[in-house]
Design a protein around this ligand. Structure first.
Ligand code: NAD
Length: 491
């Protein structure tokens, strides 16, 4: 069984750590590789940072028009290798084929937007801000930057940051999730083909020890993190205490309100996809569905019928709508939460716990679960489940539903289904969440827009993607100039 290498200074190298953990296919527990882990991975971060600093010094002098040329090549390499990357994503994360291709497309779109960096990083000038004095603001790279990413989007999330970081002149270190490191191995084989300085983009494996080394290294100036809220909070506080810029995207608990005037069929299909897509392991997965004024149960019955027909299985097989969850521990945590909810009074309309997939009996499979009458103050409603579980609750009107939405700790996404413009406008204006969907189930901002979590879903100021990413990866410098008017002198 191969142990994965790091990619440092433009070469594949062994980790300083001899400790490893296994990377498992969640559909059948097949061991796919071993990934370096443990305290000596901190040494890998130190070497990567040293070479990244040298590369940044060279790269930041390359004109921005030339820097973005490597992104055009990277886009082509991604397109040519899409199917291979998608299969790796499915095998290590459990996603369906369509979901794996979908996230690669989102990564490519970020590369495309970052190709606009020659315009996006332009500064400002005011001539004659005072008599004979000009003032300008220019943007310069911050230096060595790094990202730490979660398991649930093995390719896409790194690209909320990487293309912007290098286009603006920084070097970049990637620390992927130890649960899904193989996707980045393939992507770094593509990055290896780019004409860039050695050390400009590095890959280091590991868990907490390599993350702590990133947080502590004085040469690393900016950190982008995506993962669970407790770790996001830790990264933000430790990183900023060490004087770094940090953007840390955390977990979520996303509510969806369905008003009586919503299109029932459309809403049911979209909501089912939001809750159960990626087996509920999306930070934008809907989790609590609040129906308003549905005395006849029309919406609930329609959701139930739609969800019932979803198929669970190995993600690369045809006609599968949901793959396994990431680990055995994750499956038992989710089933535990379902049981706790039932013990606290919830009624299961669909119970997906006893699921077995023929040929994949060892997989971490769960089928869709729908729970009704869930107590509002209990864990099922308040904690991130990160699994294929829907809690169905009812409220009397939009005000009550909005009050419930805004009472949660998280603020990643909130959605409304309605055919009323006035209700949509009220919701857009009053919901306390950074990503809002109106008749949309997964309000994922496209690459042009910031991925705007609020409250416990985000720590920092500038988010990933688009103009926010350009700002995050650059520091502003203001120059005030006066030039003596030599022509007015008498010689
Ligand atoms: P996680 O927090 O367990 O791990 C994320 C990264 O942090 C990994 O690279 C991991 O190695 C590292 N890490 C884990 N524990 C650490 C510790 N104690 N100290 C330092 N580093 C540590 O998250 P996960 O389980 O991989 O991903 C799922 C979570 O990510 C969910 O909560 C989900 O909502 C969140 N997520 C958020 C967004 C967003 O945009 N807000 C997007 C995707 C996923």
């Amino acid at each position: 069984m191969k142990t994965l290498k790091n990619y440092i200074n433009g070469a594949w190298v062994n980790s300083a750590s001899v400790d490893t953990i296994e990377v498992l296919n969640p559909a059948n527990q097949e061991v796919l590789a071993k990934v370096p882990y443990g305290k000596d991975t901190a040494k890998d971060v130190a070497v990567a940072t040293e070479t990244a600093f040298k590369a940044y010094k060279e790269w930041s002098k390359v004109p921005v028009m030339r820097r973005v040329q490597v992104l055009y090549k990277l886009k082509s390499l991604f397109e040519e290798n899409k199917a291979e990357i998608a299969k790796i994503i499915t095998n290590e994360s459990g996603k369906t084929k369509g979901e794996s291709f979908g996230e690669i497309q989102r990564a490519i779109e970020n590369i495309e937007v970052a190709c606009g960096t020659p315009m996006l990083m332009a500064g400002d000038v005011i001539e004659d801000i005072a008599t004979g004095i000009d003032e300008m603001m220019i943007r310069q790279p911050v230096g060595v930057t790094a990202c730490i990413t979660p398991f649930n989007f093995p390719s896409m999330i790194v690209f909320w940051f990487l293309p912007y970081a290098i286009a603006t002149g920084n070097s970049f270190i990637v620390k992927p999730s130890e649960k899904v490191p193989l996707t980045m191995i393939k992507i770094f084989e593509l990055l290896d083909q780019l004409d860039i300085p050695k050390g400009l983009i590095s890959l280091v494996h590991g868990g907490k020890e390599s993350v702590d080394a990133i947080l502590e290294h004085p040469t690393i100036k900016a950190i982008s993190f995506v993962g669970s809220t407790p770790v996001a909070r830790y990264i933000y506080s430790k990183g900023t205490a060490n004087g770094k810029r940090v953007q840390a995207q955390g977990g979520a608990k996303n509510p969806v309100i369905v008003l009586p005037d919503a299109d029932i069929e459309m809403s049911s299909n979209i909501i089912a996809d939001s809750v159960y897509g990626c087996a509920g392991q999306r930070c934008l997965a809907a989790s609590t569905i609040i129906t308003v004024g549905d005395e006849k149960r029309e919406i609930k019955d329609s959701i139930y019928e739609t969800v019932k027909s979803r198929t669970t299985g190995y993600g690369w097989d045809d006609n599968i709508s949901m793959g396994p969850v990431i680990t055995v521990e994750s499956k038992s945590r989710i089933t535990g939460l379902i049981q706790k909810g039932i013990d606290e009074g919830a009624t299961p309309l669909l119970d997906g716990r006893n699921t077995s997939v023929s040929g994949y009996e060892n997989g971490n499979f769960l089928s869709p679960t729908i729970l009704e009458n869930v107590a509002l103050d209990k864990d099922l409603i308040r904690t991130e489940i990160f699994g294929p579980v829907m809690s169905l609750i009812s409220m009397n009107n939009i005000e009550e539903a909005l009050q419930f939405v805004n009472s949660g700790n998280y603020g990643n996404m909130a959605c409304l289904f309605t055919s009323s413009g006035a209700s949509a406008r009220k919701f857009r204006n009053e919901a306390d969440a950074g990503n809002i969907g109106i008749n949309i189930g997964v309000a994922a901002p496209m690459a042009q827009f910031p991925f705007s979590g609020w409250k416990d879903s985000f720590f920092g100021d500038l988010h990933g993607q688009g103009k926010h990413a350009i700002e995050f990866f650059t520091q502003t410098k203001v120059v005030i100039e006066r030039w003596p008017n030599i022509w007015s002198r008498k010689f």
